[in-house]
Ligand binder design. Structure first.
Ligand code: 13P
Length: 343
């Protein structure tokens, strides 16, 4: 890893550069199929390719998007003018990344908890992905809140796997995005989410330290501290921001260059407003940005709905979400910005 230190640090800093954020376009085929079918589009290699091409070829996407997380299928596909996706991205100044985990599976001996798989053969896969042009990677651990959950057991095994993945990524000169996601499912209060997120992050940073991860060469991708979807008492953006940043200050070392939040099923407006409020907290020790999936692709997917004629409008919808979140990443988002998109 020592030989790659400088490269890792430079890539990590570029991923969390001011005024930009990351697009997570790395849905597994199963998840992408659900998303496509929801808007009436059949899921096949070609429709998945077409939609992802539409996103990344949006004019000036590289102004607001620093990096794109690709899925195994996409990193090996070509755009319609015959260029491999990673090459096309590099040409417009976007860093290509790759999701390398193979999904969250039921955790033995624990009801309704999960552990993420994908470590076997990962060293060799990193070599292949590096050849294909990937400069960063992603691995997501899933932590559920519920009666007696998350257990220390689930936190430990997920943190351990995240750190093993991160060590292998850095060995290959690839920046690991370390993503422990405490889910919003349920009716839990923000207090409960804060406690679960705190224990999860502590577990993750303990393992990252044990496994000697070079912190300036990684990016953290966590959930914000939020109440469950079904909780009647929903916090304001200011409360989310205060709670999240205060909690993170005590756990996330300042050597980590940036925190790129996931959207986790928030509405487009909430994801932007919460990110903006966090960027307005004083004296932030890290860059605070986004690595959104749904909050970036939801609206363009709906506008496109599989129709060639809708591509331009879909790109406009994507550019709008990218612009709103890039503004939020600077603390400059307001709901008035939503009126700027003429449908
Ligand atoms: P969401 O922003 O939709 O949560 O997706 C981000 C992601 O990459 C989840 O792994």
């Amino acid at each position: 890893m020592t030989e790659h230190r400088q490269e890792l640090e430079e890539t990590a800093r570029a991923m969390v550069a001011k005024g930009q954020g990351i697009l997570a376009a790395d849905e597994s085929t199963g998840t992408m199929t659900k998303r496509l079918e929801k808007v009436g589009v059949e899921s096949n290699e070609e429709t998945r390719r077409t939609f992802r091409e539409l996103l990344v070829t949006t004019p000036n996407a590289g102004d607001k998007i620093s990096g794109v997380i690709l899925y195994d299928e996409t990193i090996k596909q070509k755009t319609s003018d015959g260029k491999p996706f990673p090459e096309m991205l590099q040409e417009v100044g976007i860093i290509p990344g790759i999701k390398v985990d193979t999904g969250a599976k039921p955790l033995a001996g624990s009801d309704e908890e999960k552990v993420t798989e994908g470590l076997d053969g990962l060293r060799e896969r990193f070599e292949e992905y590096k050849e294909l042009g990937a400069r960063f990677a992603k691995w997501r651990g899933v932590i559920n809140i519920g009666d007696g959950k998350p257990t220390d057991y689930a936190i430990h095994v997920n943190a351990h796997a995240l750190a093993r993945y991160a060590a292998l990524a850095q060995e290959a000169g690839i920046v690991p995005i370390v993503e422990p996601e405490v889910m919003m499912d349920g009716d839990h209060t923000i207090d409960v989410a804060e406690e679960a997120t705190g224990r999860t992050l502590e577990g993750v940073f303990r393992e990252l330290e044990l496994q000697q991860i070079h912190l300036p060469g990684m990016v953290l991708k966590p959930n914000m501290v939020l109440a469950g979807y079904e909780c009647p008492d929903q916090p304001s953006a200011e409360e989310v921001a205060e709670r999240t940043i205060n909690l993170f200050r005590g756990i996330v070392p300042e050597e980590v260059p940036g925190i790129a939040f996931l959207s986790g099923g928030q509405t487009d407006e909430q994801a932007a407003a919460n990110l903006s409020a966090m960027n307005n907290v004083e004296d932030l020790p890290w860059e605070i940005t986004f690595s959104y999936g749904r909050a970036l692709i939801g609206s363009p997917l709906k506008v496109w709905s599989g129709e060639e004629d809708n591509i331009q409008k879909a790109q406009e919808a994507f550019a709008h979400r990218a612009k709103c979140n890039a503004a939020a990443r600077q603390g400059e988002y307001s709901e008035d910005m939503e009126k700027e998109l003429v449908a």
